[in-house]
Design a protein around this ligand. Structure first.
Ligand code: KG4
Ligand code: ZN
Length: 357
């Protein structure tokens, strides 16, 4: 019997230490043999954000153990791994270095190919772990550090259609949470608070909603939330603010997705297209619901990763590794850490572009 390709993935770009082993599965989605994620939430919560040095130290302390666990759980022999895929960027240099060097060391000692992975490409391909998706597809990537619409034309081929000109959506959730006294990362708790409040209680701004194509902006929203948060006197008002904030984000994402649909359809012959929504914020149930309804109305097939694969994990890194391995793509062991590594290298840097849009 032909041996099935088996890939070990490593992820340490921010505050999750993760190792996963996946295996090719003829005719179906790859099998996730193990997917271990060790979160550092407790390390960073008192600081209200990720502290790079503390994160790097925690990665160093944990990575061996997590890798051992992932190999044990997968029930494969280490020699049966065909390639090692590790995140090389974008992210925090001190954190990326830990997983990248660990991956290179394993690759060298096992004499297997080493594959450097772009973390954002991991999110982009994450739904391929459980859904059949053909290129091209429209991608909305919404995480703690990035908010972008991309046309995914093929493996490694990305055209950015729109991006945030200031904060990322996840960042907006986390900052709102902090103002409401919720510990980092606050996104999931804002979602819970939102269910208890009145979404029409506060009227919040939707920056660049009707201009700037499908580019996004959340800085003005954050300022409005800051002002209101100073007037809050009861828990109910807190819930109302969370609910109004959640509704505003949903409205912005829906309106901008409509613009992105139009952009994506240009030069595409397919009647029905695929819309993939990935990244930590894609685990928000109401955002999922709203974007599903909109997609179906607009003749797009909405696809999300399962909730546990929306936030950072190494199975998605192994997924990109598997696709690259099948195409014979690998990297030398001197591949550098890339703290800034856009998916569309040709797209202009837009942060702070507000006035020009
Ligand atoms: O993709 P991810 O795990 O890490 C990055 O690559 O950034 O995304 C983390 C972000 C955080 O900002 C977190 O608050 C947000 O995703 N997030 C959520 C939810 N779950 C995680 N935001 C809104 N609703 C959620 N349920
Ligand atoms: Zn991520």
């Amino acid at each position: 019997m032909k041996k099935k390709i088996t890939i070990l993935g490593i992820e340490t770009s921010c505050d999750e230490t993760a190792v996963s082993i996946i295996q090719e599965n003829t005719g179906g989605n790859p099998l996730i043999l193990s997917n271990i994620v060790s979160s550092q939430v407790n390390v960073h919560k008192e600081y209200g954000g990720v502290v790079p040095e503390l994160a790097a130290r925690a990665h160093v302390e944990k990575i061996d153990l997590i890798a051992k666990k992932a190999i044990e759980e997968s029930k494969i022999k280490i020699q049966d791994i065909d390639a090692i895929a590790a995140t090389a960027g974008p992210g925090l240099v001190v954190c990326l270095s830990v997983g990248l060097n660990f991956g290179k060391t394993i690759a060298q000692s096992l004499k297997k190919p080493f594959i450097a992975i772009n973390h954002l490409e991991g999110h982009a391909l994450s739904p391929k772990l459980n859904s059949k998706i053909n290129y091209p597809y429209l991608l909305l990537l919404i995480s703690g550090g990035h908010s972008q619409f991309l046309s995914v034309e093929g493996l490694g081929k990305y055209k950015r259609l729109g991006t945030t000109i200031d904060d990322a959506v996840g960042e907006a959730f986390d900052k709102t949470a902090k103002l409401l006294g919720i510990e980092f990362p606050g996104g999931p708790m804002i979602e819970k608070f939102a269910q208890l409040g009145d979404e029409n209680y506060y009227s919040l701004p939707k920056p660049i909603l009707n201009r700037g194509g499908c580019n996004l902006s959340f800085a003005g929203l954050k300022t409005a939330v800051l002002k209101i948060s100073k007037t809050i006197k009861s828990d109910q008002e807190k819930y109302n603010l969370a609910s109004s904030f959640q509704k505003t984000i949903e409205d912005i994402l829906c309106k901008k997705s409509e613009v992105a649909f139009k952009e994506f359809r240009k030069n595409k012959k397919n009647k029905k297209n695929i819309f993939v929504i990935a990244g930590g914020v894609a685990s928000n149930k109401n955002i999922r619901k709203k974007l599903i309804n909109l997609s179906l109305k607009e003749n797009f097939d909405p696809i999300f990763p399962p909730i546990n694969l929306c936030s950072d994990n190494a199975a998605m890194i192994a997924m990109v590794g598997l696709e690259k391995y099948k195409k014979g793509i690998n990297n030398k062991l001197d591949f550098p850490v890339k703290p800034r590594w856009p998916l569309d290298e040709k797209a202009a840097f837009l942060k702070g572009a507000g006035v020009k849009l």
